[in-house]
Design a protein around this ligand. Structure first.
Ligand code: NAP
Length: 259
């Protein structure tokens, strides 16, 4: 295909959906796709398209990248709790007049039997655990553990992709290194083996990390869930299929305008 007819796509990733979307677009001759990772994970999962890694340097850095790489369409497929990069993506796209599609999994909805408490961030979640010592499973990222140092009366099980270095000195904790997806049966075994009576997690949505929510429901265990940081914006799509459709729609519109 004539390279001038190839549309250049940048996917901001770090999620299962971003990898799936990249896989869907990888074989298309009309697209040249790059996937961007923050570069925090030591051994990131393999990706089906070329990867660039590390921050861009804020809105202006990202806008500069979009211009230099002549990106035609930006797809923000970052995690629903990655608010800074999403805000930067929206601002950089507006600044550069590059189209943007946001792909966000919808949050999990409460079903009968769930014992959920909603919290806005770590400090509120730590307080919601209460004064009485409990056995708590923290299914959070490395940067989100700090506020639990204010609640040292509890015993924690902390699961993360990379080691938490240095481990918070004030916390009595067992560390587990693991990368999802996590099956419900395994999550149930973990909750039982560690005699967990509270789970703290983000409302990430999607099936890959839902196992702990279903297992907690089954065992009657309380789940303290971080509220979604920002409500879904207009124009956001929820599935990889819809992201592909939105991309095709945008690119067809751009071609019609002779862009
Ligand atoms: P964040 O707080 O929204 O972003 C912090 C900074 O990291 C951004 O300003 C940007 O630096 C850089 N960055 C983030 N995502 C990037 C990407 N895909 N490509 C290039 N630079 C990126 O992000 P976060 O919550 O730390 O998440 C970091 C990454 O982990 C994201 O890719 C996200 O999808 C993934 N992730 C996050 C969570 C979560 O719970 N937050 C869970 C699973 C996966 P510059 O300003 O220098 O450009």
């Amino acid at each position: 295909m004539d390279p001038s007819l190839t549309h250049r796509i940048l996917i901001l990733g770090g999620t299962t959906e971003a990898r799936e979307l990249a896989g869907r677009l990888a074989g298309r001759g009309d697209l040249s796709v790059t996937l961007s990772l923050a570069g925090r994970t030591v051994n990131p999962a393999d990706q089906p398209v070329p990867v660039r890694s590390g921050g861009f340097g804020g809105v202006e850095g990202l806008a500069g990248y979009l211009a230099k790489e002549e990106i035609d369409l930006l797809i923000d497929a970052t995690h629903p709790y990655a608010v800074r990069i999403s805000a930067n993506a929206a601002a950089a796209a507006a600044l550069s007049k590059v189209g943007i599609v946001a792909l966000r999994r919808p949050p999990w909805e409460r079903v009968e039997g769930d014992r959920w408490t909603q919290a806005t961030g770590g400090a509120e979640a730590a307080a919601a655990l209460g004064a009485t010592p409990r056995r708590v499973f923290l299914a959070l990222g490395r940067q989100e553990i700090g506020p639990f140092e204010a609640a040292p009366q509890h015993a924690y099980v902390i699961r993360s992709v990379d080691p938490i270095e240095p481990p918070p000195a004030a916390l009595r904790a067992t560390y587990i290194l693991a990368r999802g997806p996590f099956a419900e049966a395994d999550e149930k075994a973990l909750l039982i083996d560690h005699r967990i009576d509270a789970v703290v997690a983000k409302n990430s949505g999607g099936p890959a990390t839902y196992g702990k929510i279903a297992a907690a429901r089954d065992l009657g265990i309380e789940v303290i869930l971080f509220r979604r940081p920002v409500p879904a914006q207009a124009g956001t799509v929820e599935t990889v299929d819809d992201a592909v459709a939105a991309l095709d729609h945008r690119l067809a519109g751009a071609s019609d305008r002779g862009v």
